[in-house]
Design a protein around this ligand. Structure first.
Ligand code: CP
Length: 309
């Protein structure tokens, strides 16, 4: 039994396999429509979500399985003081696999220690979000044709943005990847990413404050929202929230083949006039996410043998 807490829990070969499987699922959905007949996915979401929870649920339904869970911890026995450990002990009696989101870093890891079924971290505080990373890698590989030899700009809240932390962890394993970290100084990547991941592995990166200074060099621009829910100080959030706004005019500085990704939800950081630009792939990215999660569910349940690739 395996749990997925961090993209590093998957080797590069396994990530490649997942993306190949996701592509096959998208091309041949009927082949997979009953792969999870009789299986149950539990979604335990202690923090709000639209994409991650619904794409996990849609993924399991498209595989022929069933879904149980809660979208709001207030409707569960957490309100009576039940711990994550006890909740997963119970829920893993009812299900075959579980996706958990929690505002506290490490809560899904605690759950995995007490679970009888695979636990997937669906986002823990400002820490990690491995299935968003599968989504992001699958989008880049499918639309750019490669994950190596790319320059990626990560823009916005790089301090609290867990999708950024997970994506950096995953991408450093591909050759020729360069990072441009675009943020106000207050929202730079944490030291445990800059020093322990980028510096420690001699990964080329630069930190800039202006999006305009970076745009012309990018193959990928990964925009993120400022994470209001992680700020202790409302005034600080208001000062930061519109630090970057990508609009049609600014996009003139970008290469014609640059892709714009965003894990969503967005606030103001991408103006809606960008949505029709062929470089804007953030809604296609959502679709890739569901196929990636279908592939991950099959792999963790040992049902990926259906793919003969
Ligand atoms: N990208 C993402 O995690 O979105 P949700 O918060 O809606 O799940």
């Amino acid at each position: 039994m395996r749990h997925i807490m961090n993209p590093l829990d998957l080797s590069v070969e396994e990530l490649d396999h997942l993306m190949d499987l996701a592509t096959d699922i998208e091309r041949h959905p009927a082949k997979y429509a009953h792969a999870c007949d009789g299986k149950v996915l539990a979604t335990l979401f202690y923090e709000p979500s639209s994409r991650t929870r619904l794409s996990f649920e849609s993924a399991m339904i498209h595989l022929g399985g069933h879904v149980i869970g809660f979208a709001d911890a207030n409707s569960s026995s957490v309100t009576k003081g039940e711990t994550v450990a006890d909740t997963i002990r119970v829920v893993s009696c009812y299900s075959d696999i579980c996706a958990m989101r929690h505002p506290k870093e490490g809560a899904p890891l605690v759950a995995s220690l007490y679970s009888r079924v695979p636990v997937i971290n669906a986002g823990d505080g400002g820490h990690q979000h491995p299935t968003q990373t599968i989504t992001d890698l699958h989008t880049i590989r499918s639309m750019k044709g490669r994950l190596s030899d790319i320059t990626i700009g990560l823009c916005g809240d790089l301090k609290f943005g867990r999708t950024v932390h997970s994506l950096i962890h995953a991408l450093i394993r591909y050759p020729g990847v360069k990072f441009v970290l675009i943020s106000p100084k207050e929202l730079r990547v944490p030291d445990y990413i800059r020093d322990d991941v980028l510096e420690a592995n001699n990964i080329p990166y630069r930190e800039v404050e202006q999006l305009d200074d970076a745009m012309a060099d990018l193959d990928i621009l990964y925009m993120t929202r400022v994470q209001k829910e992680r700020f202790f100080n409302e005034e600080e959030y208001i000062r930061m929230k519109d630090a970057y706004i990508l609009d049609k005019k600014k996009l003139k500085l970008a290469p014609e083949d640059m892709l714009i990704l965003h894990p969503l939800p967005r606030n103001n950081e991408i103006a809606t006039d960008v949505d029709d630009d062929p470089r804007a792939v953030y809604f296609r990215q959502v679709q890739y996410g569901m196929y990636g999660r279908m592939a991950l569910i099959l792999m963790l349940l040992g049902l990926d043998g259906i793919y003969e690739g």
